[in-house]
Design a protein around this ligand. Structure first.
Ligand code: PMT
Length: 404
């Protein structure tokens, strides 16, 4: 399965380091080439010879040690890797990676590589839930580093809780998905909308909302990785355009309406994760509005066009339309009402007040609703939510294209 693929496995000083032996063994059995880099602390838990025997290659520890032929090992390994996998990944490693510290062979190679990076965190629950570790996690997720686990369960220190390294079989399964992405969207043209809109009040003031664009960008990235041709209509965000995606910047809901309606007929699947403002100021002042000594400023807001509804009206045979419902109560009823009103095939309902869901978070908690089915998903990364949405949209498309 993995012949021709090369994994550089980083092993850091967590007690779960001994489980990395099974990770190497499983990867080798699947035909992958494996080079192991250990941190100095890891060598105090498992002898390098163990990994050399299992991987069939010399183990690297220190940037400046000479091992055989003189090649700049951290550069050659960085270039050789199809995947950089760190298992276990300690809190210390996560902190160094999040902040670009490169003071040993592993961190230097991680900084130099252009290959995907996946971490299998392993640490005490207190370290995992510490604010600084969670902030480092947020930074790494935002950079597209894949997290495998951690799970919950009995920890080496005797506690029970989050922070336990995923099992070797799960780590290898996740690595396999990263090494052999399923390209089941080749040939499809998809349109994704993401982020907030900006509705001007005057040259220096505007109305907007808390959408960061992360959900939409995760959808665009996932579709691209699965082989689709992706157009991303995006409001103003701080996010980098996902590789290979055609990003079209928009500002107001009217802009989004114009760009989306123009492109919609040529799309196979449209997923609308953007948060377009429902209202805009009736008039936009050409000059900055001046204060009048304590008088209230009254803004008259008028309704914006409903982009999803307009797309729904011109839906063509075989096209799949997916919308979101950002709710704070009566999630299912409100979502199903929008599904009908906008002629959607699938609506992704999320309670934007729930911890770990909605605006700005790296995770989301959603329910996928069609007219006949409801599928509630647990909290997971927006990348994983994105793939589940595409899985469901492809199912609907297959059903729609089947002869009656
Ligand atoms: O961007 P993030 O920070 O990652 O946050 C993600 C998210 C919370 C924005 C996302 O998960 C989400 O819920 N997006 C939809 C937000 C929204 O506008 O929901 P709504 O229930 O108000 O709108 C319902 C649907 O109609 C949405 O698909 C929306 O894109 C669309 N709509 C809404 C208003 C409008 N004028 N035109 C539209 O097309």
């Amino acid at each position: 399965m993995l012949s021709g693929k090369h994994v550089v496995l980083g092993v850091t000083g967590g007690i779960a380091a001994y489980k990395a032996c099974e990770v190497v063994s499983r990867l080798r059995k699947l035909g992958a080439g494996v080079d192991v880099i250990m941190t100095a602390n890891a060598t105090r838990l498992v002898a390098p010879l163990t990994f050399e025997t299992l991987s069939g290659a010399p183990v690297c520890v220190d940037t400046f040690e000479r091992t055989g032929a003189w090649d700049v090992r951290h550069i050659s390994l960085a270039q050789k890797a199809d995947l950089m996998l760190v298992a276990p990944a300690t809190a210390n490693l996560m902190a160094k990676l999040a902040h670009g510290i490169a003071d040993d062979m592993l961190t230097t190679t991680l900084l130099a590589t252009r290959a995907p990076i996946a971490l299998a965190p392993a640490m005490n629950t207190g370290m995992w839930t510490a604010a600084v570790t969670q902030e480092n996690l947020r930074i790494l997720l935002e950079r597209g580093v894949q997290m495998i686990g951690p799970g919950s369960g009995r920890l080496a220190c005797g506690d029970t809780g989050e922070g336990r390294m995923s099992e070797p079989a799960d780590i290898v399964a996740a690595a396999q998905k990263l090494l052999l992405p399923v390209r089941d969207m080749e040939g499809l043209r998809v349109l994704v909308t993401a982020g907030p809109t900006v509705e001007r009040i005057d040259p220096v003031r505007y109305l907007t909302n808390d959408s960061s664009g992360k959900m939409g960008y995760a959808l665009a990235r996932a579709a691209r990785e699965r082989g689709a041709e992706v157009t991303l209509l995006t409001g103003p965000t701080r996010l980098a355009t996902p590789q290979g995606v055609c990003a079209v910047p928009i500002v107001s809901t009217q802009d989004l309406y114009d760009e989306a309606l123009r492109r919609a007929p040529g799309q196979d699947i449209i997923v609308q994760a953007a948060a377009p403002a429902d209202y805009r100021p009736e008039t936009v002042s050409p000059q900055k509005l001046k204060k009048h000594g304590g008088e209230a400023l009254v803004l008259r807001l008028v309704e914006n066009p409903d982009v999803a509804q307009a797309i729904g009206r011109q839906k063509r045979e075989g096209q799949v339309l997916v919308g979101f419902a950002a709710e704070t109560q009566n999630l299912t009823d409100n979502a199903l009402r929008k599904l009908e009103a906008k002629n959607l095939d699938l609506i992704v309902a999320n309670d934007v007040t729930a911890e770990g869901a909605g605006f700005g978070t790296d995770t989301n908690i959603v329910t996928l609703l069609t007219r006949t089915q409801a599928q509630s998903l647990p909290r997971m990364s927006k990348d994983d939510v994105a793939n589940r949405i595409w899985d469901r949209a492809l199912e609907i498309r297959r059903e729609a294209l089947q002869p009656a």
